[in-house]
Design a binder for this molecule. Structure first.
Ligand code: 3H9
Length: 707
């Protein structure tokens, strides 16, 4: 095992350097080596002060998230922090890059904190459904007061070193040299060693944070802050914000060691909570998603110029995403008028960013200087990557790919932003099988983090590697999908809507379904989303697939009938809801209810009572069953990728972790039995796929496939 700790004595100062790439997570080995290094430094008669610093990109990202849920090896992180605080020699933390969670808690337990001016510190545990559990809830209010501590811990976003210093969390800032060499880690280390030497020279000893009380503030003010945050925490699906308020209150009311024990229990309660399991799964799943099979060590192609065909809503968003990532962008539209409209859309996106102060004028000028608009395809001949973003019409896309195949220079990557259509067929049209890939962006493309990367049958590995590096530059989370109608996300969405339609056919109203799914945690129910995105879009897809549909398949035609009546949702002010000035977000539509009633009457369906629990249960089961099918078919690489698509692209509540995580939490045997009970109603929707049986047989869960 490689050492995680460097140990050096430099003229009375012992320098302990953490080195555990990629993020200096404080796993068991790191804690044990740090503990031993502190013993050594404390016992060494020549050492007068200790500096704890780090190598690599940052100080530490905190506790090792992958260790949670397994038995923790001693010393635990709180024990290590207490041991640092109890050290008989002054301990100085030297912070560069990120010091997050347990990382900053370790620094708060040190006696002094020196940080590089570019460092960032934060307590993001709440984003994982956790609370700081290594003394953070106790030491932060002591150093910065209750309000700051509560804000920092319930918000979770990191602070700049300057702000953290103003708030009392840091003692000294090292001014950045702004040069590549020696870099922030070395600069802060030199600063911290000098600081430690000065402490020794001034005869300053340890300064345990537990003894600092001057920022605890007025008793009444302190309690008022706790009450305010406790009240705000009531709406959270996670218990963490409420527990944070409890722990900060305990910091005032209990002796420190008892309050630490209180924090420990609260941390463990959070750790065991379903919301934390879901949130931690989401964090790791997003990072795993970017690991695609078959591209290790493959060199991506060089991309400088990106061509985009189509400047509608999607095309304009993609253009902005590419400009923001530093590429030169040429947008091609059909004719001058469409081209001008496309340019207006791009400028409007930037205008809004400017208005919200997300962008300054100089950056905007730079971005727009890299944008070229054109009214024909010809200027795209020089592009290294061309992304097609025209409407979902297979014939038009096929013609376009044929044209791009003739026009593009050799090795240009041709990508389609289709949400459903067959990328293999487009590749054949282009006559450049290896160069074609699907890049399915989600609207608004400049903001949504998800990118479904559709790998066609003959897509070359370096084209896939290029898509990954493009996603990275754009700050997007790429998920690999195989070719299938709707890829991962839209296939699951279809299953979800089908389950909802069956319930409406049987007796539920669309409004009951929407309310139940909002209760589940979606911001909008499926029918609200349909109204927003346009009923005609999914109708077009159903018509396209009608020819191949199995006649024995259960099919609910309510949506088709609404479209035949010209009710396309928000765009026609009438869909599942009716929209008016008085009800811009939509009111229940008596006409839609009447249409559903007559639909049932014609088919002799006597409506039955359906409650919210059944709606949530069936919709979730349908998503899971379809997810399992996607795994069986090899469309999705791993279960957690399906979760990432649903979390980032379709509003699945993050704290639930995604449908496949929900399946594991439910238990696969329970899941299969529930599916089997529903099979007679609609086998194509409910039949459990072979992978489920296989996992159950082997005593495994979907989580075991997340590698
Ligand atoms: C905590 O500290 C609890 C304590 O209060 C109490 C304990 C008792 N552990 O994000 P990236 C991995 S809870 C393990 O792509 P970036 C990550 O999975 C913790 N692994 O890089 C990935 O692995 P791989 C509180 C971790 O530059 C690799 O590092 N801390 C951890 O975009 C690179 O990650 C947090 O919540 C970890 N703690 O962003 C901070 N962190 O290479 C969580 C990262 O196999 N971390 N990894 O794909 C972050 O926010 C970002 O990772 C960070 C870097 C900003 C640090």
């Amino acid at each position: 095992m490689v050492d995680c700790i460097g140990f050096e004595i430099d003229d009375e100062i012992c320098v302990i350097v953490m080195n555990n790439p990629p993020v200096n997570a404080l796993g068991a080995q790191m804690r044990q080596e740090l503990d031993r290094a502190l013993d050594r430094a404390e016992a060494h008669p020549g050492v007068k002060a200790i500096v704890i610093a780090a190598e690599g990109r940052g100080f530490s990202a905190g506790a090792d998230i992958k260790e949670f849920g397994r038995p923790a090896a001693a010393p635990s992180l709180p024990e290590l922090c207490n041991r640092i605080e109890a050290c008989s020699k002054p301990v100085v933390a030297a912070i560069h890059g990120m010091a997050l969670g347990g990382g900053i808690e370790l620094a708060l337990a040190a006696h002094y904190r020196v940080a590089h001016g570019t460092a960032k510190v934060g307590l993001p545990e709440v984003t994982l459904g956790l609370i700081p559990g290594a003394g953070g809830t106790q030491r932060t209010p002591r150093l910065a007061g209750a309000v700051v501590a509560l804000e920092l811990m319930t918000d979770g976003r990191p602070l700049s070193a300057r702000r953290a210093s103003e708030l009392g969390l840091l003692d000294y800032l090292v001014t950045p040299l702004g040069q590549e060499w020696p870099g922030p880690a070395q600069e802060v280390l030199s600063g911290a060693v000098a600081y430690a030497k000065q402490l020794v020279a001034d005869g300053k000893g340890p300064r345990p944070t537990r003894q600092i009380n001057d920022r605890m503030g007025d008793f009444m003010v302190y309690h008022a802050a706790v009450d305010t945050f406790r009240e705000a925490a009531k709406d959270s699906h996670s218990m963490a914000p409420g527990k944070i308020a409890d722990c900060v209150e305990a910091a005032l009311l209990l002796p420190l060691d008892a309050a630490m024990q209180f924090e420990r229990t609260a941390f463990e309660d959070c750790l065991a909570s379903p919301a934390s399991q879901g949130l931690r799964h989401a964090f790791l799943a997003e990072r795993l998603a970017g690991k695609f099979g078959g591209v290790d060590g493959v060199q991506p192609r060089k991309i400088g110029e990106v061509g985009i065909v189509g400047g509608g809503l999607m095309g304009a968003g993609i253009a902005v995403a590419c400009l923001d990532a530093g590429y030169g962008v040429t947008v091609a539209e059909k004719g001058v008028e469409a081209m001008e409209k496309a340019e207006d859309r791009i400028v409007a996106i930037y205008g809004r960013a400017l208005g919200r102060k997300k962008l300054d004028e100089a950056t905007l000028t730079d971005r727009l200087a890299r944008l070229t608009m054109c009214d024909s395809l010809n200027p795209l001949a020089a592009a290294d990557l061309i992304i097609e973003a025209i409407p979902e019409d297979m014939a038009a896309k096929a013609d376009l790919f044929a044209a791009l195949g003739r026009l593009a220079k050799p090795r240009t990557i041709l990508a389609s932003n289709t949400s459903y259509l067959n990328v293999d067929a487009l590749a054949r049209q282009s006559d450049r099988l290896a160069d074609v890939i699907g890049l399915h962006f989600f609207a608004p493309a400049h903001r949504q983090k998800l990118l479904e990367v559709v790998v066609a049958e003959h897509t070359a590995p370096d084209v896939v590697a290029t898509a990954l590096s493009l996603a990275k530059r754009m700050g997007k989370v790429p998920v690999r999908s195989g070719v299938t109608d709707g890829f991962i996300g839209n296939r699951i969405l279809t299953a979800y809507r089908t389950a909802a339609d069956h319930l409406v056919e049987e007796g539920a109203t669309p409004y009951q379904v929407d309310a139940a799914m909002r209760d589940f945690g979606f911001a909008m129910g499926p029918y609200q989303v349909l109204d927003m995105s346009g009923l005609d879009n999914s109708w077009a897809r159903r018509k396209r697939l009608a020819r191949d549909r199995d006649p024995s398949e259960r099919y609910v035609a309510i949506g088709d009938m609404m479209c035949q009546a010209g009710w396309f949702g928000q765009k026609t002010a009438r869909g599942y809801y009716v929209y008016s000035k008085a009800a811009p977000r939509g009111a229940e539509s008596p006409d839609t209810l009447a249409l559903i009633d007559s639909y049932r009457a014609e088919r002799n369906i006597t409506p039955r009572e359906v409650d919210g629990k059944e709606i949530r249960h069936r919709c979730l089961l349908a998503m899971i069953a379809e997810g399992a099918r996607l795994l069986d078919e090899g469309i999705a690489q791993r279960p957690s990728d399906i979760d990432v698509v649903m979390l980032l692209g379709f509003g699945f509540p993050r704290w639930r972790g995604g449908p496949m995580k929900q399946a594991d939490m439910m238990g696969l045997l329970t899941l299969r039995n529930a599916l089997l009970r529903l099979v007679p109603e609609a086998p194509q929707l409910w039949a459990p796929s072979p992978i489920l049986n296989e996992l159950i047989k082997n005593g495994q869960s979907f989580g075991d496939l997340n590698r």
